[in-house]
Design a protein around this ligand. Structure first.
Ligand code: FES
Length: 111
């Protein structure tokens, strides 16, 4: 049996779609890179409130991007730009206050 990989605990995982169907202008890649800076302490490996980040080629929405989803809440944001990403980090990830006017779906809730 091969050794299991190791991973520290974390609180949330944020995914940014870099697909061209929802983001035809290709803005999401820069947002992903910027997110590493914006997370600051929330991105540190030893922080139990750590937020892992990932980019994906499609999240199955394919419009209104850049699309961002955050788990475990399953909260989805549309048309994310740098200003909104800053708010997501500060308010949603930093203070547990999702930005309701910019989300378009929440896991388990009808919209
Ligand atoms: S290309 Fe972004 S959700 Fe499908």
């Amino acid at each position: 049996m091969p050794n299991k990989p190791l991973m520290n605990s974390y609180a949330r995982h944020i995914f940014i779609c870099t697909g061209r169907y929802c983001d035809p202008e290709g803005k999401a890649g820069a947002l992903y890179a910027r997110l590493a800076q914006l997370l600051g302490e929330l991105g540190h490996y030893e922080n139990p409130r750590r937020v892992k980040r990932g980019m994906t080629p499609c999240l199955g929405v394919c419009a209104g991007g850049p699309i961002v989803v955050i788990y475990p809440e399953g909260i989805w944001y549309h048309h994310v730009d740098e200003a909104l990403l800053k708010r997501i980090v500060a308010e949603h990830l930093g203070q547990d206050r999702p930005i309701t006017e910019h989300l378009f779906h929440k896991l388990g809730e009808e919209q």
